[in-house]
Design a binder for this molecule. Structure first.
Ligand SMILES: Cc1cc2nc3c(=O)[nH]c(=O)nc-3n(C[C@H](O)[C@H](O)[C@H](O)COP(=O)(O)OP(=O)(O)OC[C@H]3O[C@@H](n4cnc5c(N)ncnc54)[C@H](O)[C@@H]3O)c2cc1C
Length: 506
């Protein structure tokens, strides 16, 4: 049944990209309708609660939110800067790296890290200076890029983006090789690679630079938690005049006339129309909604591989003093091998979990709202893994799939007990495990991908997909159209808003 209300914008998906674009448009006076198939806002940024614990599903720490960065500017624009604030992680160590035989604590400040690392690797003082200089320059140039990756649009900025253009085909490993760094130093500098779910021999140097520099400048968490942040935004949108936010509302069809979108149809039979549409889902899935194959030239932009998936344990812990086991306002990256390349290759290709590489976060120690029952703690443990592996178990039946989930859970717990907390299991008050299939089911993320398109130089390069779709009035926003992460999501949402309205935010 057709609904009469005509919106300026219909936004499909309330992930970071969809939610922030909607909020900015709604604040500007546009009539916005935000449609989300899940019950809650945020996409991968959503939260869920059990037994008094509220877990941020997939955001563990974020950046680009201080007053003079994108987050500060956006929340000021929305008038929400007093309500949504951020708490920095520990500046002496916000990421602790543990390799077999050596460890390193990443502190805030490239100069400080260059100094610390030069003492550990005295022959590489000059190379380290050059390394940090290159990645900081790449980060700063990237923040000035327009939201278009076509050569024609980038050429006028060729001088301003000269390092981006020079290094666009490099992997992180190419830079390590170029500077002649030894393996241990490479591993330390690539120690946050889990944030890309790619080893340095595959990851785009540009994306590595954006992530490492962004974290260095402002690694933080929302003071009142992720649930508060995303629900504040969706309540804000719903309260704007002539705006609506509908949850449990899956868009199943997009009706088009040539290259013009006419309306969307939802699973419960609603027809909704707008002048413009914004799509926050996976761009490859758009064809399923419209029932049309993309034009050949555009189809090439959809020829991306997906980023890998992950298996996550959400633990509620009781009667435990986590700081006494070395945890705090930082994350722990536990590597199975002294080479980050090898640590990622195994779980993603061979599916060897006996000695898993882990990311361990302790949100209740981050200095922000605790979101756990009094006296209890949260711990989130993540490992990279293959979607196809879990799919093969699901195809053998639910019992087999659940048994494999249990086996992997136990291997991860064994690893934490062996290296960090000997009797962890005695303290478990709540345990929830999410596999790649869980991510696909809840987030509509094909193959349970964590970051949209794989963050290789092939995918993240000139000519890549950006906000433009084959339809004149439908625009993409989100990890694949821009860059993944909270920081990247809000940046590209603001750029899309600026493009659509001509109003400046950043
Ligand atoms: C394991 C893991 C750990 C991560 N850790 C961090 C971290 O610590 N810090 C960080 O900054 N980033 C992290 N990320 C990355 C970050 O979460 C994502 O890059 C970001 O949330 C993606 O936002 P997005 O805008 O692309 O939307 P998505 O999160 O992909 O959301 C898209 C939304 O659209 C909805 N949707 C899709 N199709 C339809 C439809 N047809 N109808 C209605 N709704 C639809 C979906 O339900 C979903 O809510 C992590 C990701 C993962 C998976």
């Amino acid at each position: 049944m057709a609904e009469m209300k005509n919106y300026d914008y219909i936004v499909i998906g309330s992930g970071i990209g969809g939610l922030f674009t909607s909020a900015l448009l709604a604040k500007s006076g546009a009539k916005v309708c935000l449609l989300e198939q899940h019950k809650v806002p945020g996409g991968y940024g959503h939260s869920f609660s059990f037994k008094g614990y509220t877990f941020g599903a997939e955001l563990h720490y974020i950046w680009n939110c201080s007053a003079n960065e994108d987050g500060g500017k956006i929340f000021r624009k929305l008038g929400l800067d007093n309500e949504i604030t951020f708490t920095p992680l520990n500046e002496q160590c916000f990421d602790r790296l543990e390799f077999p035989g050596f460890s390193y604590e990443i502190a805030k400040g490239f100069d400080l890290n260059a100094q610390k690392l030069s003492e550990l690797f005295p022959g590489h003082r000059k190379g380290l200076k050059r390394y940090f200089n290159i990645i900081e320059t790449l980060h700063d140039e990237m923040t000035k890029m327009p939201f278009s990756f076509s050569l024609r649009d980038l050429l006028p900025y060729a001088f301003r983006l000269r390092h981006v253009l020079r290094y666009k085909n490099w992997t992180t490993q190419d830079l390590f090789n170029h500077l002649g760094f030894p393996l241990q130093l490479q591993s330390i500098l690539a120690g946050q690679s889990g944030n890309l779910l790619l080893s340095p021999d595959q990851s785009s140097l540009l994306v590595h630079a954006a992530m490492v520099t962004g974290l260095d400048r402002s690694a933080c968490v929302p003071t009142h938690g992720y649930q508060h942040l995303f629900s504040t935004l969706s309540t804000f949108i719903a309260a704007c005049p002539d705006c609506d936010v509908l949850f449990g509302c899956q868009v199943t069809n997009i009706d088009c006339d040539g290259n013009h979108v006419l309306n969307v149809v939802t699973a419960d039979g609603r027809e909704l129309s707008a002048d413009n549409y914004i799509y926050n889902g996976d761009p490859k899935l758009l064809g399923q909604l419209s029932g049309e194959a993309p034009p050949v030239a555009f189809g090439k932009k959809l020829n991306y591989s997906y980023s890998p998936s992950a298996f996550t344990l959400y633990l509620g812990l009781k009667d435990i003093d986590l700081p006494s086991f070395g945890f705090g306002a930082w994350n722990v990256w536990h590597y199975a091998d002294e080479s980050v390349n090898k640590s990622f290759a195994k779980p993603l290709a061979e599916v060897v979990y006996e000695n898993p590489t882990l990311f361990i976060s302790t949100p209740t120690l981050h200095g922000a709202e605790r979101n756990a029952p009094d006296g209890c703690e949260q711990m989130v443990v993540c490992t990279p893994c293959s979607y196809d592996y879990f799919k093969s178990f699901e195809m053998q039946g639910r019992k087999t799939y659940l048994a494999e989930k249990k086996r992997i859970t136990n291997l991860m717990l064994d690893q934490v007990e062996k290296h960090y907390i000997p009797n962890l299991r005695d303290h478990i008050d709540l345990l929830i495990a999410g596999s790649p299939l869980t991510m696909e089911r809840y987030m509509f993320a094909p193959k349970g991908n964590c970051y949209g398109a794989d963050l290789t130089p092939h995918n993240f390069n000139i000519g890549k997909l950006d906000y433009r779709s084959p339809y004149s009035n439908l625009f993409f926003v989100g990890a694949t159209a821009g860059i993944p992460s909270f920081a990247g999501g809000i940046h590209f949402a603001a750029l899309l808003y600026e493009k659509l309205t001509g109003d400046k935010v950043l």
